[in-house]
Write a protein that binds this ligand. Structure first.
Ligand code: PMP
Length: 429
């Protein structure tokens, strides 16, 4: 038995399902999850000493590659001064200043410890600011696991939302309206009907939790215009896209400014960090300035700030995002060529250093239905074939993939060689 398999067995004794976050259990691809013990550059190394080119990157934060020496040094340096004070630090001031410089729509920012906290707090803030209770989200988008956001559409578009998890009271879910992603007419109709009661629209500007679906032309612009028209706060959840699809996030890439933004992942450089912020007039409603309560024992943790700040500075160099995008494009083109050569229907999507792979005959992937129509069984086989070939993809057909700046020619070749063998095996099965 492999060490991963035996650890997984052991883990199940005292950890629900053996994992601390469900997707890690490999339930949607089958098989046994890999337990990692080390990561360096573009690679993760498992407990059985097998190396994989990593396209998960801790689900997004590791844009510099793993164990970047400058990030590790910054954390080590801070370590000498203590782990946490629960009091203000100079590092937090630097972080807030840098975030506001890199993302011009941010005027005030509050640090938290996860993406879930960031979106939950942004929604409370939007409700407090507007005095309205309803929120709008989109099918297939994920914004963390707070009660208001674990909600799916009811039976009709304008019906009240229903919980998508046990334990979420229907009374909470009824305030969440779920609309189809990339369908601006549905948003216009909903707001025409109930706009007066809607506090905010929260959207992943590139949907990264139903694989990877970039915004249709006009969708984000349309949201901006409709929010202005109806006095609704527009929240971009850039936990995944922030500092990745462009230095200034999706809002810079697509040229649409939200009122509030949430960040996570990259902003912590691999440490547990999130943040929300935006327009001064809205952010001033947060305690201690205003009546909307929000707090955190470890918020602005100095080790996390050190890792995040160093990461943000390193990715701010000229050409960083262009390089990341070029690798990603070349990798996806290489996959497409090999799938085509094997006669396997295959489509890819991309936004900078973020990508989606679909076993699908569709021309493009625009809607949740397009995503759902892809061949998940084929993805599962592909996932395991790639794993055998030394490439670690996200263990689900519904998660975006991530590249890092440490991915270079050697990793490209390894990935494409593994894919060629995988497509050939799929062709013969
Ligand atoms: N928003 C988005 C867009 C995410 O992708 C995620 C997590 N993948 C979250 C929020 C929640 O972040 P966390 O897991 O740090 O709570």
């Amino acid at each position: 038995m492999s060490r991963s398999a035996s650890l997984f067995e052991q883990a199940q004794a005292h950890i629900p399902g053996g994992v601390n976050s469900p997707v890690r259990a490999f339930k949607s691809v089958g098989g046994t999850p890999l337990f990692f013990k080390h990561a360096q550059g573009a690679y993760v190394i498992d407990e059985d000493d097998k190396r994989y080119v990593d396209y998960v990157g801790s689900w997004g934060p590791m844009i510099l590659g793993h164990s970047h020496p400058d990030v590790l040094d910054a954390v080590r340096k801070q370590l000498e001064h203590g782990l946490s004070y629960g009091a203000p630090t100079a590092l937090e001031v630097q972080m807030a200043d840098l975030v506001c410089e890199l993302v011009p729509s941010m005027e005030l920012v509050r640090m938290v410890s996860s993406g879930t906290e960031a979106t939950m707090s942004a929604i409370r803030l939007a409700r407090g600011y507007t005095g309205r209770d309803a929120i709008i989200k989109f099918e297939g988008c994920y914004h963390g696991h707070s009660d208001s956001l674990l909600v799916k559409a009811g039976s009709g578009l304008l019906t009240q939302g229903v919980p998508s998890s046990a334990g979420v009271p229907a009374d909470f879910a009824k305030h969440t309206l779920t609309l189809p992603f990339n369908d601006i007419d549905a948003v216009a109709n909903a707001l025409a009907d109930v706009g007066q009661s809607v506090a905010c629209i929260i959207v992943e500007p590139v949907a990264g939790n139903m694989n990877c679906v970039p915004p249709a032309p006009g969708f984000l612009e349309g949201l901006r215009a409709l929010c202005d028209q109806h006095g609704v706060v527009l929240i971009f959840d850039e936990v995944m896209t922030g500092f990745r699809v462009a230095l200034g996030g999706a809002q810079a890439r697509y040229g649409v400014n939200p009122d509030l933004t949430t960040f996570g992942k990259i902003i912590g450089g691999g440490m547990p960090v999130g943040c929300f912020g935006g327009k001064r007039a809205i952010m001033e409603c947060i305690a201690p300035l205003g009546p909307v309560y929000q707090a955190g024992t470890l918020s602005g943790n100095p080790l996390a700030m050190a890792a995040g700040l160093t990461t943000l500075k390193l990715i701010s160099r000229d050409g960083f995002h262009a390089e990341l995008e070029t690798y990603t494009t070349r990798m996806l083109q290489g996959l497409q060529e090999r799938a085509d050569a094997a006669g396997i229907p295959f489509v890819t999507t991309q936004a900078g250093g973020m990508f989606g792979l679909y076993f699908s005959g569709a021309d493009d992937i625009v809607t949740f239905e397009d995503v759902m129509a892809s061949d998940v069984e084929r993805f599962k086989r592909f996932f395991h074939l790639m794993l055998d070939g030394g490439v670690y993809l996200a263990p689900s057909a519904f998660e975006a993939g991530f590249t890092s700046i440490a991915h270079g020619e050697a990793e490209l070749k390894l990935t494409l060689d593994a894919a060629e063998r995988a497509f050939a095996a799929l062709q013969n099965s």
